[in-house]
Design a protein around this ligand. Structure first.
Ligand code: DGI
Ligand code: FE
Ligand code: FE
Length: 197
């Protein structure tokens, strides 16, 4: 994998601030990968690319998804088209950078909402996005500590934070965001996830 090609793409397509954030997520993801035994190279690549489509205007992102990748977003995504940057980011990772690793592609695709039964890399990118060193919101220090102590608990905390904010603002909550939270909570209670046949 040519990291310089990825970095060049980011510098050409993202603002300075957004570039700093993506490098922050990539470094944080490597630290989390070390802590939890995930593949460090995959963590770095997924971290670098997670927001690669962030600054493509929503109408253009929708046009590219539909016409180039034959993807029709669901009604709730269409209501909040900024959220499409994960889906389009995964498409770009595959088509521009020849990445076919499904863990990397899924980690990019679902980094904003999460989803049920995320792989370890998906969890790492999800939480690295919240805690990378350039994030400064109230409570980030606590979440940083939690992320290295209990990865799933940190994800639940992050989702709760986001959902609470979305409710205050009267926004739609994506089903994947809820599925992600429900799955983790039920798993922690030891409830069977697989249907018994
Ligand atoms: O791209 P970043 O800014 O680094 O972070 P991100 O991809 O996690 O996007 C964060 C934004 O996404 C934040 O404004 C909250 C929003 N978001 C996350 N989950 C949902 C959501 N917005 C809606 N409407 N519904 C969701 O389920
Ligand atoms: Fe993002
Ligand atoms: Fe991000």
């Amino acid at each position: 994998m040519d990291m310089n090609q990825i970095k060049k793409y980011l510098q050409e397509n993202l603002s300075k601030q957004r570039c700093l954030h993506t490098f922050g997520v990539a470094d944080e993801a490597v630290r989390l990968a070390k802590r939890y035994g995930a593949d460090e190279d995959s963590a770095y690549i997924a971290g670098l690319l997670h927001d690669c489509a962030k600054e493509i205007p929503a109408d253009e992102a929708l046009h590219i998804l539909r016409n180039e990748f034959r993807i029709e977003p669901n009604a709730m995504m269409l209501k909040e088209p900024r959220l499409l940057h994960g889906t389009l980011g995964a498409c770009i990772a595959q088509s521009v950078f020849d990445i076919y690793d499904t863990d990397i592609l899924d980690a990019i695709k679902y980094h904003t909402t999460g989803k049920a039964n995320m792989c370890l890399l998906g969890k790492i990118i999800y939480i690295a996005d919240y805690i990378e060193p350039n994030r400064t919101y109230h409570g980030v220090e606590e979440l940083r500590k939690l992320a290295y102590r209990d990865l799933d608990a940190a994800i639940i905390f992050g989702i709760d934070f986001t959902i609470t904010d979305l409710i205050k603002r009267g926004m739609v909550i994506q089903p994947d965001t809820l599925h992600c939270r429900n799955y983790l909570l039920m798993q922690r209670e030891g409830v069977e996830q697989e249907p018994k046949i």
